[in-house]
Structures are given as C-alpha cells and as structure tokens.
Design a protein around this ligand. Sequence first.
Ligand code: SF4
Length: 676
Amino acid sequence: MTPAVGVTTKTTCPYCGVGCGVLATLLADGTVDIEGDPDHPANFGRLCSKGSALGETLALEERLLYPEIGNKQVGWGEALDLVAAKFSQAIRDFGPDSVAFYASGQMLTEDYYAANKLMKGFIGTANIDTNSRLCMASSVAGHKRAFGSDTVPGNYEDLELADLIVLVGSNLAWCHPVLYQRIAAAKERRPEMKIVLIDPRRTMSADIADLHLPIKPDGDVALFLGLLGHLAGVGKIDRRYVQDHVSGLDETIAAAPRVSELPLLTGLSSEALAQYFDLFANTEKAVTVFSQGVNQSASGTDKVNAIINCHLATSRIGRPGMGPFSVTGQPNAMGGREVGGLSNMLAAHMDIENDRHRDIVQKFWRAPTIATMPGLKAVDMFKAVADGRIKALWIMATNPVDSLPDADAVREAIKACPFVVVSDVSARTDTIVHATVKLPAAAWGEKDGTVTNSERRISRQRGFLEIPGDARPDWWHVAEVAKRLGHGAAFDWHRPSEIFAEHAALSGVENNGERDFDISAHSTISVAGYDALRPFQWPLPAGYETTPSERFFANGNFYTADRKARAVAVHIPIVAAVTPDYAFILNTGRIRDQWHTMTRTGQSPRLSQHLAEPFCEIHPADAARLGIAHASLVEVENQYGKAILRALITLRQQVGSVFAPMHWSGEYASAARVDT
Ligand code: SF4
C-alpha cells in the first residue's frame, strides 16, 4: 500500500496477549506517531512502554528484504520452486510425516489458517506446531479437560468488577502491563478490592498486592487442591450448580491434601494459607488470573485444572467479576488455537481425533486428505529433526534457536536438517542464519490481518507502511508453495479478507451451538467490511451483529458429551530436587521493556535503558554464601548449557532459586541464551 502522511490507522499492538488498540500516524519526516486507541475495548487508550515505542522499531537495517537460497539473493519464483520441490521430494520418498512446520503466536490468524490448511488437509500430516505450545498449551489442555472445549470463559471487564483477584504465575506488571494498569485503576477506585499474588518471586506485581504468597516452585497444584479441600470443609461448595453442571467433584475433593501437609507442599506458612483460603472462600466475585508461570511447567495442565476446579465448585465462572482467566503471552496465541495451529487440534476448535470433525473440515476444504492423528509437538518436533525423521522443515515468524528448551540441541538439529525454510522479517536471528531458503515476510505496520486477544476479542492489524523490498505476507508464502504442490484451487486467495471469510465460514459448518468457536456472522465479509472491521468478541454466529454471550458457563452448558464440566482429580507433582551439582532452581521470564528474543524491541535504545544487560537475580543469603558481589558476573550452568550473567542481588528472590530473563539471544549477548 502507499503510505499516506498524516492519516491515522487503527491497528493492534504486536506484542502481548492483551491486544491493545493502537493509532499509528505516518508523519511527514517519515517517522510514525503511536498512541493508544481510546475506542479499543482492551486498553481504552492506554499503552505500555513496549507499545508506545513501536514507532522506534520500524527501521529497515535488520530486515530481510529479498528471498535467498544459500545466502544468495534470488527471485521469488526460484525460492518457492525450491521449497515446493524439496517438500514434494521428502513427501514422495519418506511420506507426509517427514515434513514439519513450526509456526508462531506472532503470525496473524490468516497466516496460521493457511499453514494449518496446507499441512493437515493437503500434505496430510499434523506436524504443525507453534511457539504458542511453550506459552499456553497447558491452558488449552486444561480447558479441554474441564470444559470439553478450549474456552476462556470471561473477559477483561471481570478484572475490574472482581472483589478478589488472584494472580498465579503471572507478573502482569511487566508481562501484561495494560491489564495491570486496569486492575490498579480499579483498586484505586475501590480500595476494598483485594489482590493476591502467588509467585515464587516478589515481582513488581506485588506492588498492588494485599498478600504475596511466595510459593515454592511447582507448589501450585497442592495449593489449589488444598483450597478446594478447604472450600468443601467450610461449606462453600455450590451443590446445586455442581449437581446440575459438574461431574467428578467429590473424587477431586477426596484427592485434596490435609491442611497440615500444605506448608511442606507449598512452602507457605499456615497463617498465609489460612489468610488466602479465607479470602477466596468468602469473596464471591473472584477471578484467578494465570499465565506463563502456570503454563510453562511439567505439571502445567494439572495446575490449570486445580485452579478451574475451585471455580467450578463454587460456580464462580461465567458471571461478572468471576472466573478462571488464562492470559496468553503472545498477540495471537488465541487466533492460532482458533485455526487449529497446534499439532493436536484441527481447525475452528474441532478435534483431530473426532471422525465427524475431520469429515466436516475435509469436505469444507475439499481436501484430498486429512491428518488423522496428532502430529509432533514443538519439543518432539525438533527431536525428530535431530534424529533425521524430519527431512524438510519450515519455520515461520519465530526464533527456536533461542526460545525452545534445550536450545543448543535445537540449533544443532536445525543445522543438520537436510532442508530448512525460514520465513521472517529479520535477516539476523540465531535461527535464520541456518536456513537453506530465507523468505522475506511483511512486518507489523505493513501486513493486514486479524489477531485474537486473551478475552476472545478479534481485532484487525492494519498496514500503514509500504511493504519494503520483495517482502510478502506470510499467508502468501504458504499459498504460493501450496499452488506449486498442485493445490492451487484451494489456496487461490488474493487478499487476507478472503482467508478470514473462509475461516469464519468453517467455524459455522454443522455447528448449531455444539462448538464454542463460531464467527460465521463474518463468513461473507466483503473487502470493505474487513477493512472497517471493529474489534469483536466471539462467539458471533450467523445472524448476530454483537456477541450473544460475553461470558460462558454461568448456566453450565459445557462442551462435553453430557454438557457437564469435569472436575479433575489432579496429582501433586514430584518436584525435581536440587542436587549438589545443580543446587538452584532456575526460573525464567520476561522483563518489562523487551519482547521475546528482542528482534523488534532491541531496535529501540529507549527500551534498552530499562535493563540493559542480561542478569541473574539471586537472594542475598545465597550470594553471601557463594561470595558473589552485586553486579559481578556469574556463570549459571545446568545440564543443557551455560550463561554468563550480571548478578542482581535482591530480596525479591527466594533462597535456593535464581531468575534470569529469556530475551538475550546470540545477536545481543555473547553468552546469555536461557530459553523460555
Ligand atoms: Fe502491547 Fe501488551 Fe503493552 Fe498492550 S500491554 S501495549 S498489547 S505489549
């Protein structure tokens, strides 16, 4: 598109799952003015430091602007022909499961839809997974176990209506700052609102908390099972709701540990536990917010269900100011879930292992095949790359050499893979340097599409800058390869609005309220309608102009066969013990002013001023014991690798644990990659 000086474009921030509306105005000097969109229901004009600095991250110096094969610039035709030929060859010689696609929560829904359609319906493998697997797959699995569907029941307004907000493994102050601002403002208006922070670290979110519970790492399942036992003991179970809408609760209550066991299991004092349990038991309007601190754990799914159990048992779900609330890390983790971008999902919240769902999707796509079983999940996918099962790999909009667990092994796997394609905006990431074929992608501010935020709200990202060089949108990369693989008719899109309409239409096929995700009201959306699309929450079935239900499950009607939710009798995990060689537990996470592997935020000198170096938080007692001085360099090592970090001695950290941020890649530091 041609940039228009002085014209303001409504778009959406490309960073966290809050999904803030942004007003972008191209100025005469070529810079871009960024402001929060006062009309967007996620942020009402607010932006955090990262969102405000978006205009400083649009330079082209680091961009990949032309396709490359073997580091040599080529035309699109040559690059796409090679991708199609190599994928065809692998499929012909070794079968469809010999190829894989690694996607990203940074992709727009239309891009995701195209990639998922190609892999599952036309190549015939479910080997498509995403970095969102790391971010929130535990929530997906927990939702599906409890609700029969991957449904986030509530919305952001609930955070302002609640009388009690429990933040679990969620440093909103830094990771979802605008939600934190909304809660802080609500608490200022109603100081009686209580906030509890459950986190091993005393993060910045503690600044508005009435109570901080410094739980021991992975003590959450025991804590929430204990809470459920307490609720049963003090007569706070809503027996009527449970009888009508929940199964399995009594067995789950029976699995709760004794109160006397909880201090050891959680690391919390009896007094602190009693204070929290009393608050929850006696505050009807309670929201439990959870994010990566819950999800990114070997027991993440059980943590999610342990939280949901307490809300189901008290019917605090789907009503204003109440509910379990998964907050996603990435801007379009939810959109990826909606199109089935995980290897164990189909499209439009349908199930890959459900014969009828497969039939619906295959017929709708007019696809020659359909994947019949789940494919490789992210970590397993790269293990399969390492052991040679994957012969051709396509990575889009993500940097697994820095972000996946055991990232050194991932790097070696990619280096050894016979054929690797990377679609990206950046010419310099730790992953793209190992690609055989590099495909230049359109960036934020250039591309058009939709994203879904944590409250099920779908918003447009709109381009306001000309796409530079030979870069093209990600969906176009996929469609052009699909055409070369012989599937032209199914991928004959000319603009993202056509993909969105197709996605919307699929969501309504044979739905009739059976599935939660339905946006078929937009199945015939026009180009003009798509251009003007205002943020909306799903569901939005055909015939509706606004969502018929802003919240789910107040009256049950879950998406299981008997329409009842499931309480899940989760098990208290055995937490990995420290050893003499590895004497600390390492927690990783985000800092306020950087995003993921810094490919975008690293371009803003202003954002780098907040915390300029990779660091390691350590408790003063541990630092004294090891003779570590503040601001000295420390080597942090485990069986997967080592990093050299600046010591930050702080009481925010527990004895026996250390914390390091996940952002610094090989591009920005010599030895500071710590994975997610
Ligand atoms: Fe962007 Fe998240 Fe900040 Fe909003 S809170 S401006 S979506 S990074």
